[in-house]
Design a protein around this ligand. Structure first.
Ligand code: ADQ
Length: 753
């Protein structure tokens, strides 16, 4: 308010002061000068007229030398209030006749111009300024003498003072008017601007067909909206910050907010697969971030998980409805398996999802491949899973959690069969910008399929923003930026970011060894000395994970720091993935060849710098490696989140160890205390690796503590909790709307009855 007043006062005073200064220093002196010139010219003319009037009689009297007559003539003439004095001089400059008022100092007015109205005709006398004009009188062509006319000019000063007064008065008035106009215009445009910003933030200016933000605001639109949305989210997370997110709280939420509503998960990857081995059927958990996260939620809330049955002994353990209770030995939820033919798996999974959508969404410089036959299988398999959801649903409004890019079409298919279902789709990988996504031949179908969701989640605000921009580019929709909703075909979808995380407190499959035991045992198993420095990398063998760049950084670090050779070993645990695709086979070959070359270059006796384990490890084993390592390298070229980074931090009870993290992971937006690197910049990663290996323990602890605190709060229960809370809110709103609708229709129905 105070600021507003100050702003208003300044807007009023400044124009007023400017106008007054202009008046005082420019206008008034100019006016004075002009009026003086006008008067002088006036008096010049007047003098010439008087001289010609007096010429005849005066020359007569001069010829007669009649002083008396001349005096009478002069006295009569100076009765005029402005004509002050007269004198007549002969050609020699002798003053012959003059009125008594004639100032002696003027002589015969020689110094003054006789006519022409120059400033020289002005003379300052002690009594005031006078105008002196000299006219030569002649008869029959012969000059007889000069008539000197002296006019009183004191009236000019009086008139100038009056003019100045009026001018100043006029300019004060003008200043006030200008000031008031300035204030009014500023107020109006400020209000317009503010209204513009408000409207823009509310998303009132969308869709673009309706109106556009003022041009000066355009560059700010996106940032302001994002800021507002972020602020809103931050405030929300502050509210629930007091209470930690645990499996119990998630369960309570499901019981309370969702009143025990049915939860169905759909994903391609199954959380447990059964395989036939020489020792009988074995169960394993796949290396997948998605499974790691959603498993934690399912354990907390039970329900049904629908997934592709890919294990070679999967069919042998299911019941007649293709269901099996999991986890084995201590069941907490149901796994419903969907069987796919080789052809379906090839087209839908390997083809469209992993050769098309995966490289499309990751910037890793691998070209996406789109084939019509793959697309057909993708549509078909999405339909099959949608049918499984409908078959599994015991109610008409289940909560369906759809996982990832394998099921972009499924939300819409389920929505058509179960219009009251709450469908939450989470996209685990990045979402590209509209131009990149635009190369997908079925982009509209994919977007429309996803918009069948009630809630659509991404890891980061950046991916969320990319999605909204993509929808805006390719579909006719209404986007409310502030509320982050998209309305398409009368159906509203909430688009949010929910950063995924890991279970905390940790699951029970954690090693009970203390840190020192872990260090020693792992080093012993690797056949390296107990003081050896150890680095760890855990990934699926995927080209997006930056494993090649990681090895190059290790090589460069050893090159730059020869003292590290023989003292540092890096263990890369890489689970084979999508191995039937050529791109992945080539990638694995490259990784192997590079590790071999580096090892040959630096090996000494039994020492090798890189130990490559291309096999799946269970969580227990991974955890031991995490805890034994001095540094964990996550160098993805592009990654939605990356759970390995978070698992490493969670495993470090000892608060030691350093995380080296690619700036292109979603995790880098949260874990600021990691050593953030650009994996494409090999030198930089090499330097960061050396820095990590030589980092003082106190610094390690400080960084680790801070990251552990963050993950403890931002765990996977919070991720799921926030999505489910949003779902519960929307469900409540839907129910209230239905009740209102019924209430309105009831009287009409009664009348009909
Ligand atoms: P992923 O690409 O699979 O996940 P990530 O998030 O790192 O990547 O998760 C990998 C998971 O698999 C981790 O839990 C890890 O422990 C496990 N894993 C990796 N290698 C393994 C191995 N050799 N043996 C056993 N387990 C192994 C996708 C997205 C990510 C996103 C997750 C979750 O690509 O960006 O973080 O989903 O949304």
């Amino acid at each position: 308010m105070k600021l507003q007043w100050t702003r208003l006062s300044v807007r009023f005073v400044v124009p007023l002061a400017l106008v007054l200064a202009l008046c005082a220093y420019v206008v008034v002196p100019l006016l004075d000068n002009l009026t003086l010139r006008w008067f002088v010219r006036d008096l010049d003319i007047r003098s010439r007229m008087l001289a010609s009037t007096l010429e005849e009689p005066l020359l007569d009297h001069v010829t007669l030398k009649s002083r008396m007559r001349i005096n009478q003539l002069f006295s009569k003439a100076i009765e005029d209030e402005r004509l002050y004095a007269l004198a007549f001089c002969d050609r020699n400059g002798n003053r012959l006749y003059a009125t008594s008022t004639y100032p002696a100092s003027l002589g015969c007015g020689e110094q003054n111009a006789a006519s022409g109205g120059t400033d020289k005709s002005l003379v300052k006398l002690p009594r005031g300024p006078v105008h002196v004009a000299r006219s030569t009188l002649s008869r029959e062509g012969e000059a007889i003498g000069d008539l000197i006319l002296v006019h009183d000019m004191s009236f000019i000063e009086r008139r100038s003072a009056d003019t100045r007064k009026y001018a100043i008065g006029f300019f004060i008035l003008l200043g006030i008017v200008i000031s008031m106009i300035t204030v009014a215009v500023a107020q109006l445009s400020w209000r317009g601007w503010i209204n513009g910003v408000r409207g823009m933030l509310k998303g009132e200016l969308l869709p673009p067909s309706q109106s556009r933000p003022p041009p000066e605001l355009s560059p700010l639109v996106g940032d302001l909206r994002a800021l507002l949305h972020e602020y809103h989210r931050e405030r929300q997370s502050h509210h629930d910050g007091a209470q930690a997110w645990t499996p119990e709280r998630l369960r309570d939420l499901l019981r309370g907010e969702l009143a025990g509503d049915e939860v169905i998960v759909v994903s391609n990857r199954e959380p447990y697969s059964h395989r036939q081995t020489a020792d009988g059927i074995e169960v394993s958990r796949p290396a997948s971030g998605l499974v790691t996260a959603v498993e934690a939620v399912m354990r907390a809330c039970s329900g049904t998980w629908i997934a592709h049955g890919s294990g070679n002994a999967d069919r042998e353990v299911v019941d007649e409805r293709d269901c099996v209770p999991v986890p084995p030995g201590r069941p907490e939820y149901t796994l419903r398996r969907v069987w796919l033919s080789k052809e379906e798996e090839q087209g839908y999974y390997y083809g469209f999802a992993n050769e098309g959508l995966w490289p499309l969404c990751h910037i890793a410089h691998v070209r996406p491949v789109f084939r019509s036959s793959d697309w057909e299988q993708y549509v078909k398999v999405n339909r099959r899973f949608a049918d499984a959801v409908v078959a599994e649903a015991r109610t008409d409004d289940p909560v369906v959690l759809v996982q990832d890019y394998h099921f972009a079409l499924l939300p819409r298919m389920v929505r058509e069969a179960l219009p009251r279902a709450t469908i939450i789709t989470f996209w685990h990988i990045p979402w590209p910008n509209p131009e990149s996504f635009g190369i997908c031949p079925w982009r509209e179908e994919i977007l429309e399929g996803m918009l069948g969701s009630t809630i659509l989640g991404f890891h980061t605000p950046f991916h969320r923003k990319n999605f909204l921009e993509t929808v805006d580019r390719y579909l006719e929709t209404r986007i409310e930026s502030e509320a982050s909703t998209v309305t398409h075909g009368g159906k509203l979808t909430q688009v949010e970011h929910y950063p995924i995380s890991i279970a905390w407190p940790e699951a029970s499959d954690v090693s009970s060894e203390n840190r020192n035991e872990c260090r020693l045992n792992i080093r012993k198993a690797l056949a390296v000395p107990s003081s050896h420095l150890l680095g760890i990398g855990v990934d699926r063998l995927d080209y997006t994970k930056g494993i090649v760049e990681r090895f190059q950084a290790i090589e460069r670090m050893l090159e730059l720091n020869p003292a590290m050779v023989g003292k540092f070993t890096f263990v890369q645990i890489a689970a084979p993935t999508r191995s039937s695709l050529e791109e992945y086979q080539n990638f694995e070959a490259r990784v192997r060849a590079l590790a071999l070359r580096i090892n040959q270059r630096f090996s000494e006796g039994n020492y090798v710098p890189i130990i490559l384990k291309t096999e799946h490890h269970d969580q227990y084993a991974l955890n031991r490696y995490y805890r034994a390592a001095d540094v964990c390298m996550v160098t993805s070229l592009h990654d939605g989140m990356n759970l390995v980074a978070k698992e490493f931090i969670a495993s470090r009870y000892d608060e030691k160890g350093v995380l080296l993290l690619s700036q292109f992971t979603g995790a880098a937006r949260e874990l600021h205390e990691a050593l953030i690197v650009n994996p494409y910049h090999i030198e930089q990663s090499a330097e960061a690796l050396y820095r990590a290996l030589t980092m003082p323990e106190a610094e390690q602890r400080e960084r680790m503590c801070s990251m552990r605190l963050l993950i403890k709060d931002f765990n996977v229960y919070r991720w799921a909790g926030h999505m489910l809370l949003d779902a519960a809110r929307l469900r409540k709103r839907e129910r209230v709307m239905q009740r209102i609708d019924l209430h309105h229709r009831a009287p009409a129905l009664r009348r009909v009855v």
